[in-house]
Write a protein that binds this ligand. Structure first.
Ligand code: ADP
Ligand code: MG
Length: 341
């Protein structure tokens, strides 16, 4: 038996199995990169549910010409320098795998210009050695990443793609999740040449409620109760569907911890307990954001899972419960107050 080192493209394709499952996961990685780069506008364009084309344009910082090649290599990241950083990670990316993985299973080009450069550059990785070619290009400050023909060289994976419509639904659902929490970003989504989503930046509560209506429907947005509670370094804000108007079930149930969506047992338990008295088994909608010192929570459990680990879990649980109970009890009093002169 001979032991061999895997050629770079094959190593990247294997790694891609973890990061790149379908077009929606490519979009997730690329848009998160745009957000990490400080973009305020992100335009997403897809053809055929993303299997033909995925194109993300942002107005972020861009990458210097001599860094472009590195950005496409595996384990190359500008976001994590030491193990200490891993404890308090705030950016989305930190593994330096996404671009290398995506470029190993699609025809990927990365075009970018920084504010200090007068011209833009475009990079693409080629062949089994993944050598990066850089050529001059035209582009405003920011980046455009284009991934064409996803899984063209991994037919087994390509066969696993579902219909364009299903892949689109996954992308749309992911966009909702990020649009609800990143209200400061203007997102657009074009499918087969047609603009299908346009979430403008929401700088005021009113604009945010409009976005909530766009994403989660008018019903929820019109009767949403604001949650805004801060205590001892914990802050919970967002909206819950008022159970006093129309307690119909809603699948808008999003809970974010420091900007990341989580599906966490402890969190779910606290939310359900808060609603338990008011509602008999009805699943009301909520969009809630918990913020706390990043040292108090571990998020780097697994990139695809949405679990977190709170250091003081009991305390966090009770804080969420009380914050929601108090939002609900204030809503309960509203109709009474309205009768007073
Ligand atoms: P990670 O995000 O984990 O660092 P990626 O492979 O996703 O790894 O990206 C590699 C590097 O390329 C990033 O660390 C960042 O420096 C750079 N990069 C990627 N996308 C962008 C972008 N849209 N704008 C600016 N820089 C980017
Ligand atoms: Mg990344």
């Amino acid at each position: 038996m001979t032991i061999k080192i895997l050629p770079p493209q094959l190593a990247n394709q294997i790694a891609a199995g973890e990061v790149v499952e379908r077009p929606a996961s490519v979009i997730k990685e690329l848009v998160e990169n745009s957000l990490d780069a400080g973009a305020t506008k992100v335009d997403i364009e897809i053809d055929k549910g993303g299997s033909k084309l995925i194109k993300i344009q942002d107005n972020g910082s861009g990458i210097e010409k001599d860094q472009l090649g590195l950005a496409l290599s595996r384990h190359a990241t500008s976001k994590l320098a030491s193990l200490d950083d891993l404890d308090a990670i705030l950016s989305f990316g930190f593994r330096g795998e996404a671009l290398a993985s995506i470029s190993s299973v699609s025809r990927l080009t990365f075009t970018s210009r920084t504010a200090s450069q007068t011209e833009a550059w475009q990079a693409y990785a080629e062949g089994s050695e993944m050598a990066v070619t850089v050529i001059p290009a035209a582009h405003p400050v920011g980046s455009t990443v284009e991934a064409v023909d996803l899984f063209f060289n991994t037919p087994a994976r390509r066969r696993f793609l579902k219909s364009d419509k299903t892949e689109f639904t996954h992308i749309d659902e992911w966009l909702k999740r990020i649009a609800l929490v990143r209200r400061d970003i203007h997102f657009t989504l074009k499918h087969n040449g047609k603009m299908v989503r346009n979430y403008r930046a929401a700088n005021t509560q009113n604009q945010y409620l409009q976005r909530l209506a766009q994403v989660s429907g008018k019903q929820f947005a019109e009767h949403a109760l604001a949650v805004d509670c801060e205590h001892n370094g914990l802050k919970l804000s967002g909206y819950i569907q008022s159970p006093y108007f129309d307690a119909s079930s809603s699948d808008t149930q999003y809970f974010y911890v420091n900007g990341r969506l989580v599906r966490d047992r402890l969190v779910n338990h606290a939310v359900r307990q808060a609603f338990a008295e008011q509602l008999q088994g009805v699943q009301v909608g909520y969009v809630l954001m918990l913020e706390l010192d990043p040292h108090q929570v571990d998020v780097n459990v697994h990139p695809a899972k949405h679990e977190v680990r709170f250091h003081e879990s009991r305390y966090v649980h009770d804080f969420i419960l009380q914050a929601l109970q108090s939002a609900l009890s204030q809503a309960e009093q509203l109709p009474l107050n309205a009768h007073q002169p």
